[in-house]
Design a protein. Structure first.
Length: 181
């Protein structure tokens, strides 16, 4: 794993199958597809709505410019193609925690890439930001995501009953935390 400064606000984290990097103009079409995928947006507990290229570009700009957010495009190392994104939002520097969000396009899910992303991100968060804990919310019926988080060391710390409305009805939402090594 290596950390490399590209320019002041962009850092690239390179692993064996994935890299975490700043967004590029070539990524906007894939991010637009993610933002318009109703199933992915439900899994992310986000309201699905039509997103144009310009609206997607604006979303990417806002994410990367927010001082309490770290946002990376997840790209394959072999082709440098975007396959998702990972973010830590609402970073509380004083107490050392933030909220994790991760999204891989459907064709890249269940391949072990989520763990690789989390490994790269954790090293960055410890070495660069000084965070000591990650929190996340996950819909209770998102079994693959819950398995990934538990395998990685996240612990369930609470459940919000019938909290999030999906097309299938109201779902429980788990709050999980992970102390960084």
């Amino acid at each position: 794993r290596q950390f490399r400064n590209i320019y002041k606000k962009a850092v690239m984290l390179k692993g064996d199958k994935v890299e975490l990097r700043a967004w590029q103009e070539e990524d906007v079409a894939t991010m637009k597809m993610i933002r318009n995928d109703v199933r992915l947006q439900e899994a992310l507990m986000s309201e699905a709505r039509p997103n144009s290229i310009e609206r997607t570009r604006q979303w990417l700009s806002e994410k990367t410019q927010h001082p309490d957010t770290r946002f990376f495009v997840i790209a394959s190392t072999d082709k440098n193609q975007p396959i998702g994104f990972v973010q830590v939002t609402d970073i509380n520097r004083r107490s050392g925690w933030g909220y994790l969000g991760i999204c891989l396009i459907p064709s890249q899910q269940a391949k072990g890439l989520g763990s690789k992303v989390l490994n790269l991100l954790e090293n960055y968060l410890i070495q660069v930001t000084g965070l000591r804990k990650l929190l996340l919310y996950v819909v209770g019926n998102n079994v693959p995501a819950i398995k990934l988080y538990k395998k990685y060391g996240f612990k369930e710390v609470g459940v919000l009953k019938a909290h999030y409305k999906q097309s299938t009805g109201y779902q429980d939402v788990m709050l999980m935390e992970h102390l960084l090594a």
